[in-house]
Write a protein that binds this ligand. Sequence first.
Ligand code: DC
Length: 230
Amino acid sequence: MSNKPVTVVAIDGPAASGKSTVARQTAQALGWVYVDSGALYRGLTWKALRENVDTTRPADVIALLARIKWDFFDDQHSIRFTLDGEDPGQQLRSEIVSKAASDIAVVPEVRTFIVGELRKMTEFGSLVMEGRDIGSVVFPDTPFKFYLDANPAERARRRAAELARPENEGRGDVAQVLSLLTQRDQKDSGRKTAPLQIPLGARVIDSTQLGIADVVALVLGELRQAGAAP
Ligand code: DC
């Protein structure tokens, strides 16, 4: 492990708040490593579904967690992983995985494991990490915390537009997306362990009226002002 000091930028917020794009572009602008923490929750869910493990049974999910092997690697400044040597790829984004991921995300043992893996990622260098509990639980001491939000109707509109792209098989009904999004928000905010919340000291950015480039500029501006970025 290198002893080089690293900086972590934590970007939290609800589903479809724009945090993935903002985090990815911020990392790119800085030449830092992008981490999508939700992908780890999705990865375990994907594996559970493949092995017919019932994601609503915490004991079964914990048993699965104990027998699988994760390998993390840096792919062009973005962290990817294999599970027992297999790359889950785009299957992580499927609706069935999205839905079941919020079941496994409530299991404290799962969270402890994933939080540990996320903390180890500083071995890859300075990070821009997005999620639900990055500024509150994973890296509570980082001075760079952002909480990105947008009103639910706008988030549903953005997610529906994303789903309607040909590579996502063209399903993008705004009303249905809004209903699923609201359910997921409630699950993520209402759970006992590490609920979605505004981390202490986070800068809240409402992106309802802002473009991605504006939000990235705000984040980079704060880092530069603190002397943490060129
Ligand atoms: O951000 P996402 O949609 O990829 O997240 C997938 C699920 O994992 C979602 O239910 C929220 C959960 N999650 C979490 O609990 N904590 C994180 N840091 C990231 C995601």
